[in-house]
Design a protein around this ligand. Structure first.
Ligand code: GLN
Length: 362
């Protein structure tokens, strides 16, 4: 039986130290005679609790069943193609840092990655220029405003913002090196594919629809150019940004992208070291600060996990050293975050005791 917890090299023991009081912790202790003997007087007396066969899969299944028939929120409709997406798409995937995949629901429908792409383009800029290039240009602070706020740009003159909201994200895209639009775009797309573990493609209907209704982002790009946070070609940066938002992903793709961040930048399924390990904490910090826009504080309070949402209905969250998780469900709340994805990830995080701030006192 493979629970996915006790991988090679004592992974289960390391996990135990951080996971603290939780179902998984109890399961690991019960499943490991050595740990049980050390940690549980009950086990020492020969009466260990039965270990769940697969705590990760059980947690995924239970959360899915709990929220499957809930119908809060509404698809994004400011991008016409998003309004037409099936609101019943609901897929959940969790991938551990030892590469095990736990999933349920709709794992084949692709949604557009939308703002989740911001994480990976920012990571690419960090890869090329170092994390300070991001901190020094658009900043790493929360704006406290909606993701496409123009007021936020004005208040901060394009600085003291971050790459998880549109102005900072379009500026980040403008920072990716390349001699031509094609060269920049190919690099961005291949980079996303390395995180997802497969080549990704653009949902052309979404790209077309957003390109036709993209005047606000164009204005943001021009404003960031005026404030010299975008150095050249602002409309090209906006166009590439729009294309990156239109990349199609499944819940499993997103979970693998998140799991790569959870695993120090190495894709735990393909084994490829995608990004520099030393940049991962910087990426996760910006996600924690603003990944769910002006609701990021509420989210961190609820789960403790760095996360990123997109108006396509996806959310990724990262439990460093343990797993990446993703849920896809298009209906959004007022802040633009998938309602079901938030509830599902929060539920699974709680069941697994995966809030990294929750530790047992020594
Ligand atoms: N492409 C979308 C936009 O720029 C992404 C927004 C989002 O996912 N929050 O408006």
């Amino acid at each position: 039986m493979n629970t996915g917890i006790r991988g090679p090299h004592g992974r289960g023991q390391r996990a135990m130290i951080v996971v603290g009081t939780c179902a998984v912790f109890a399961a690991m202790v019960a499943a490991s005679p050595a740990l049980a003997a050390k940690s549980s007087t009950k086990a020492a007396k020969g009466a260990p609790a039965a270990a769940p066969a697969a705590p990760f899969q059980d947690a995924v299944n239970a959360a899915y069943a709990k929220f499957k028939d809930t119908h809060e929120g509404k698809n994004a409709d400011y991008i016409p193609a998003l309004a037409a997406v099936d609101p019943n798409i609901y897929g959940v995937a969790l991938i551990t840092t030892d590469g095990k995949v736990y999933s349920t629901g709709d794992l084949t429908s692709q949604v557009s990655i939308q703002s989740i792409s911001k994480v990976f383009t920012m990571a690419l800029v960090m890869q090329e220029q170092g994390p300070d290039a991001i901190a020094d240009n658009m900043g790493v602070d929360a704006t406290g405003q909606v993701f496409n706020s123009i007021v936020a740009v004005e208040q901060n003159r394009g600085k003291e913002m971050n790459a998880m909201v549109n102005p900072g994200a379009i500026a980040a895209t403008s920072m990716v090196s390349g001699a031509s639009r094609d060269e920049i775009w190919s690099k961005v797309l291949a980079w996303y594919g390395d995180f997802a573990g497969r080549p990704l493609t653009v949902l052309q209907d979404v790209f077309k629809s957003e390109s036709e209704t993209n005047q606000r982002n164009q204005a943001i790009a021009m404003l960031m150019y005026a404030y010299e946070r975008i150095k050249a070609n602002p409309l090209q940066a906006c166009d590439i940004y729009t294309e990156q938002c239109s990349v199609g992903v499944t819940a499993k793709d997103l979970a693998e992208m998140a799991a790569t961040l959870a695993n120090g930048g190495k894709n735990p399924v393909t084994g490829k070291q995608v990004m520099k390990t030393e940049n991962v904490p910087k990426v996760l910090a910006v996600m924690a600060t603003a990944g769910l826009y002006d609701d990021s504080g509420k989210w961190l309070f609820r789960t403790g996990l760095p996360a990123k949402s997109g108006v396509g209905g996806g959310i990724i969250a990262v439990c460093p050293g343990k797993f990446g998780i993703a849920v896809v469900s298009p209906p959004l709340d007022a802040a633009g975050n998938s309602v079901k994805a938030q509830n599902t990830i929060a539920e699974i995080t709680s069941t697994l005791g995966a809030n990294p701030y929750a530790v047992k006192p020594r």
